[in-house]
Design a protein around this ligand. Structure first.
Ligand code: NOJ
Length: 702
């Protein structure tokens, strides 16, 4: 039925109407009048438009040509962030600290409802790039460094966005991006060439996209970059052979921003837009984001007989297919009540979930803050910086909708959270001391004087939006401005220091961590990031997050991801310890979990372990299972995450965590680019983090 309708439409549509379906227009950039002209022409999609503006575009589209509904896309990547009243969650990197698939699925559900209520259909989320070179500007947008964790959390949020079925009133389309290898650009320089083979790409970077396709992700966005000199936008191998034929992707592919023009004016593989449009269409790009010149060029190429009209038909078929599956022809707008946007229920969930997105990494008996502490000094640039706390792609942190917007309550900064949680008996003083980027108002001596008068210092540091995002890669991840100078002065007071990192990525904070009595990372926690930090400081919440990404000691040590390939000199620099500052999977609790001996049923590949809460508080532990293929025909990582479970364990009780594996879990991509499992010994490792000292090991045969 659906297919018949699509074929009937394709028969009556003119070439111009078909090419227009492939065009995605930026309303924010073009403005209303030009956007409406494109709606009349039959443009298939618009991005960066909300509410009534979108409704107007839709009305014009439905009254023009064959009345094909427009599909509206938006970067709602940690909540419907470009709407000032929406529920804005922690960024992907921060939510990944929870390792909690259920929570992340629910983030997707709530975002879908709020996006749909704004008249829109599609979010450009999740990012499935791996964050291995943390100099990259977009680390905050990822689920961290590990392909398994990224794939699991990615599938969860996709299921949340798309719900039971994409035609439900409260479902929107997900978009797995950026396909592929974007985070792996040389030197972490945004959009540069990805220096790797297809074998490695399939082995390491493809699995999260496979999980996205298996979760029926409706759309995929291509990457800006290139692999071995071929732009992904022009790669039939990436977009057709691998994505469609090998992974079985059924949805439609959208380019990233202006990728078709980039083939001409940035990557120089096409002499002009006509050649670029042919390359992009033939490679398998179905929808073209913002290279509006594609429209004339593709029509011209078909008319000249240089581009087969069947290529256009195929792209339009893929787009119409999703429009039909979504039920857009019957309901061009989802029937969601806009009262759900930022409603009390969504905010309450956000507050709860953010408590799981903080990772405690050091605690020398100072936390939770003791009742003997009467006076607390909160010092540092990010204690009251709502912009850093919200992170990128929020209505007042991203230049897109309007750079002059101001944050709208409710939200809680760290200092506000601390004041609220401290209660009346504790006196809280706050002084900024310095900015993240050096500033004439910096007054580090005044901050030291305040510290001197208090029993405990909460030092809140990090980076800021000008140091993160697209085209904002950093060559140096040390603390900027006077933050380190300020820390040294605070140290001189001899007062206990609890350092909180509110940042877009792991920064090089070795000296600060060593000199602090406690250290926690909150990344960009969104509306209630400050509340979560305060609740943990005062012990109202027992921390349960773990790192989805490793911390280097020094920028020159990057990359420090845990699942590296072995090398015979041990990967050690002569002037640094071999280990990172913190490694993947680490995170402390206020209670203590004791692991029993790992039990392995080799025949059924079932692994179990008893975990007992032997401390004094209820808590949640993230049990992690890794493996190493001891001998294989290709080199494989020293260890690889293969399962995890987050379990709540009340005081004094034991939970048995059981994982069942299949031999495919031990597969890798061989020289012929085929995924294989080889016979032989596998070392299984189970424990509280990826650090060797946290893992117990058993070797099995498969
Ligand atoms: C460019 C970014 O790379 C991509 O992630 C985003 O979805 C699009 N612009 C649309 O804003």
């Amino acid at each position: 039925m659906k297919n018949r309708k699509i074929e009937e439409l394709l028969k009556v549509m003119t070439l111009e109407e078909k090419v227009a379906q492939m065009v995605q227009v930026s309303y924010a950039h073009l403005g209303r009048e030009k956007a409406l002209e494109w709606a009349k022409r039959g443009a298939g999609s618009f991005l960066h438009v909300l509410g009534d503006d979108a409704r107007e575009v839709q009305k014009v589209a439905l009254e023009s040509g064959h009345g094909i509904p427009v599909i509206f896309g938006i970067d709602a990547i940690h909540g419907h962030g470009l709407n000032d009243h929406a529920t804005i969650f922690p960024t992907q990197l921060a939510m990944a600290c929870s390792w909690n698939k259920e929570l992340i699925k629910q983030v997707g559900r709530i975002t879908a409802k709020e996006v749909a209520a704004d008249g829109l259909h599609w979010t450009f989320s999740p990012v499935l790039c791996l964050a291995r070179d943390t100099r990259w500007g977009r680390i905050d947008e990822t689920f961290g460094e590990d392909a398994y964790l990224t794939g699991e959390l990615g599938a969860a949020i996709i299921e949340g966005y798309q719900g039971e079925s994409i035609d439900s009133p409260d479902s929107i389309l997900a978009c797995a991006k950026h396909y592929i290898g974007y985070g792996e650009a040389i030197g972490a320089r945004d959009s540069y060439d990805t220096e790797m083979t297809y074998r490695k790409l399939k082995d390491v970077f493809l699995p999260p996209f496979k999980k996205a396709v298996d979760a029926k992700c409706a759309t995929i966005m291509t990457a800006y970059g290139s692999i071995d000199g071929e732009p992904f936008t022009a790669s039939k191998k990436a977009l057709k052979d691998i994505l469609r034929d090998e992974l079985g992707f059924q949805g439609f592919v959208v380019t990233d921003w202006d990728n078709v023009n980039s083939l001409v004016n940035k990557q120089y593989v096409a002499a002009d837009i006509k050649e670029a449009s042919k390359l992009a269409a033939e490679a398998g790009n179905d929808m073209i984001m913002s290279s509006l010149e594609f429209y004339e060029a593709a029509i011209h190429m078909v008319k000249e007989g240089k581009l087969d009209e069947a290529v256009i038909d195929e792209a339009v078929r893929n787009i119409l297919n999703i429009k039909f599956e979504m039920g857009l022809f019957e309901h061009p707008e989802k029937e969601m009540d806009s009262a759900c946007i930022g409603c009390a229920e969504h905010l309450a969930f956000n507050k709860e979930m953010t408590n799981e997105c903080v990772v405690l990494l050091k605690n020398e008996d100072v936390l939770p803050i003791k009742s003997s502490i009467n006076k607390i000094a909160v010092i540092g640039p990010n204690a009251d910086d709502i912009k850093t706390q919200y992170g990128d792609w929020a209505y007042f942190t991203h230049p897109l909708p309007n750079p002059d917007r101001q944050p709208v309550r409710p939200y809680t900064t760290v200092i506000e959270g601390i004041r609220e949680a401290a209660g009346e008996d504790v006196e809280v003083s706050y002084i900024k001391g310095c900015s993240v980027l050096e500033n004439e108002n910096d007054d580090v001596m005044a901050a030291k004087a305040v510290a001197q008068e208090n029993d405990l210092i909460v030092f809140v540091i990090g980076d800021e939006i000008d140091q993160a995002g697209e085209i904002k890669d950093r060559a140096n991840l040390e603390l900027s401005g006077k933050q380190l100078e300020l820390f040294r002065l605070l140290k001189e007071t001899g007062k206990p220091i609890v350092t909180v990192l509110v940042s877009f990525k792991p920064l090089c904070v070795e000296e600060v961590v060593e000199g602090s009595d406690a250290f926690m990372v909150a990344f960009n926690g969104g509306m209630f990031g400050g509340n979560a930090v305060a609740q943990i400081l005062f012990g109202n919440v027992n921390p349960s997050g773990k790192l989805p990404i490793s911390f280097p000691r020094h920028t020159g040590q990057i990359p420090v991801y845990y699942n590296y390939l072995p090398g015979w000199h041990g990967g050690k620099y002569m002037d640094l310890p071999e280990t990172p500052l913190f490694t993947f999977g680490q995170g402390l609790s206020y209670t203590t979990f004791e692991y029993g001996a790992m039990k392995v049923d080799e025949a059924n590949l079932t692994i179990s372990v008893d975990v007992t809460n032997i401390g004094a508080r209820d808590g949640a532990e993230i049990v992690q299972l890794y493996f190493n293929d001891k001998v294989s025909s290709m080199m494989t990582p020293v260890k690889q995450l293969v399962r995890f479970a987050k379990v709540f364990i009340p005081v004094g009780t034991t939970k048995t965590v059981t994982f069942t594996l299949t031999s495919e879990d031990f597969s890798f991509v061989n020289y012929e680019e085929k995924r294989v499992t080889e016979h032989g010994e596998i070392e299984l490792m189970i424990g509280a983090s990826s650090a060797d000292q946290d893992l117990q090991k058993v070797t099995i045969n498969i």
